[in-house]
Structures are given as C-alpha cells and as structure tokens.
Design a protein around this ligand. Structure first.
Ligand code: ADP
Ligand code: MG
Length: 275
C-alpha cells in the first residue's frame, strides 16, 4: 500500500527548507499560548509538502514563522542553510482570505506590486511579468479590472499569480482554497498541480482537509491537535486527482486515525522520518 512505503531519499541531499525542533508561542502579559511543540520537517527543492492538522493545531503559526513574521522560542528554521530572521521576497504567502488583494489596485497592479515594492523588477518588467502570470492562471483578460469584480476563485488565482511572479524559493499557502465551494476548490487544486507541473516551484501547503492533502502533496506532515507536534510523515506521491480508488480511501482512513486517535503515534512509528 502506497502509504506505508518508506520515504524515498531525495535527489539533492541538503534540504531547501529545514524546520528543526521549532516551538512557537504567543505571549501576552497574562498568558503564554504554545502553538507548536518541537516540530521538525525538511522540504526539498520542487517538493509539495503539506502540513495537515485540525483547526488550532498551529499550522498558520508555523507558516508565519517560515515566512519570518514570528521567531521560534525553541529550535530553528533554515532556508538554504541560512537561519530565517525575518520576512523576505524568497518566501511568499498566499492566504485563505479573499481580501488579500488591495481593492484600489487593478488586478495587473496587484500582481506587479510586490515586484516593484521589493525592487525585484522595474515598472515595465513588473507589468510584463504580471501579464505573463495572469495568463498562466487563466486571467489574461482581467488585468484591468479591480478585485471586487472577481469571484472568490478568481481572486485566489490573482493571489497565486502575484506569488509566483516573485519566483520565491518557497511558496507558502495557508488553506488557500478553504473558503471556496467544493467544485471551485477541486478546480483550483487541478490548476495548482498544472502550474506546478510547468514551473516546479517548492510548495508548503497548509490544509485541514485529508483529501486535499493527499491530492496536493507529495509528502504530508501530520500534526497533532493543539499544541501541534509532528505525528508522522506520509509519502503521498502516488495519489493524484483521482480520489475514488481504494488506496486513496484507505489512506484517508489511516490519516484520520493519525490525526485523531491518541494511540496513533505508536502505530505510526515506522512511517516517521528519522533521517
Ligand atoms: P491553525 O492555523 O492550525 O488553525 P493557528 O496557528 O492559527 O492554528 O493557531 C494555533 C494556536 O495559537 C491556537 O490555539 C490559537 O488560538 C493560538 N493563536 C493564534 N494566533 C494567536 C494570537 N495572535 N494570539 C494568541 N494566540 C493565538
Ligand atoms: Mg490557520
């Protein structure tokens, strides 16, 4: 069964992204909330790594830390061997919310803006790159409209185009399709995989949906409920958009057990990545 096959060693030995024993906390004068506890995982170039866990287990907090908005209280995050010390244009986040696009800018200006703000490109090149990526996400004809004229799915396509136009080392996506209806969500998953086939970017994708994790990911890190700990890593290479098969159903059941059954960590022992 696909899910119990050992994780294949990656072609390049050094990971692009290393999350090593990372604990994350929110501190207020009265409380300390531990969001994740000693979470470790590696992501190699060109992988689609999914962080899967129940609501409140610290997925968004982990993504914020990778993006550089929050520093670990314990452990370290390294990109290309360099400790992450703050945000940078090499890590771009696509969020769930449809309002992540400034409404007063046209779609083209929205996509071009980070290129200009980070001085990655001059105005002419930024607009050219914006048009290129808008075409890739099927919005070639929508450059001149404003975000409020678009559907939720189209807004998420703009956010994806804006992120990919920056050519980040790692694309971070925080439940980007969770607020979409089921049919649009499935189409967006297909489109994301098609874009990946073409551009082979490195992806860290957060979701609470087991099915979405299996469809989108080449590897899945399963987090325990709050505070998030890494329960298991699962090789999901063999699952694509066909989610009807018996193997897919069996994988879904097994991951469900890992997510919610307290006995699961022992049962999952052999799947854990030790290297
Ligand atoms: P997820 O994305 O997996 O749903 P989050 O990373 O948003 O989880 O949250 C993890 C934990 O941290 C939760 O218990 C949540 O209540 C808490 N948390 C999130 N943001 C804050 C914040 N700004 N201040 C205090 N606690 C927070
Ligand atoms: Mg979240």
């Amino acid at each position: 069964m696909a899910i119990v096959t050992p994780i294949k060693p990656e072609l390049s030995s050094a990971p692009l992204l290393r999350v090593d024993g990372v604990s994350l906390e929110y501190r207020t004068p009265r409380h300390v909330v531990r969001a994740t506890h000693r979470v470790s995982f590696d992501v190699h170039t060109g992988e689609r790594f999914v962080l899967l866990g129940a609501s409140g287990c610290g997925k968004s907090t982990l993504l914020k830390a990778i993006a550089g908005f929050l520093a670990p209280v314990e452990g370290e995050i390294r990109l290309d061997g360099q400790a992450v010390r703050g945000p940078g244009p090499d890590r771009i986040v696509v969020f769930q919310e449809f309002d992540q696009l400034p409404p007063w800018k046209t779609v083209r200006e929205n996509v071009a803006f980070p290129l200009l703000a980070s001085r990655t490109a001059g105005r002419r090149e930024a607009l050219e790159r914006a048009d290129h990526w808008l075409a890739k996400v099927g919005l070639a004809r929508f450059g001149d409209v404003h975000p409020h004229q678009l559907s939720g799915g189209m807004k998420q396509r703009v956010a994806i185009a804006r992120a990919l136009a920056m050519q980040p080392r790692v694309l971070l996506m925080d439940e980007p399709f969770a607020a979409l209806d089921a049919l649009t969500r499935r189409r967006m998953q297909e489109e994301l995989l098609a874009l990946w086939d073409e551009a082979r970017f490195t992806l860290v994708f957060v979701t609470h949906s087991i099915e979405e994790a299996l469809v989108v990911g080449t590897r899945i890190g399963v987090l325990s409920p709050h505070p998030g700990r890494m329960r298991a890593e699962i090789n999901s290479h063999d699952f694509g958009l066909d989610s009807e098969g018996a193997a897919f159903q069996a994988a879904t059941r097994r991951i469900h057990g890992l997510l919610f059954d307290d006995q699961a960590p022992q049962a999952a022992g052999p799947q854990r990545r030790t290297a």
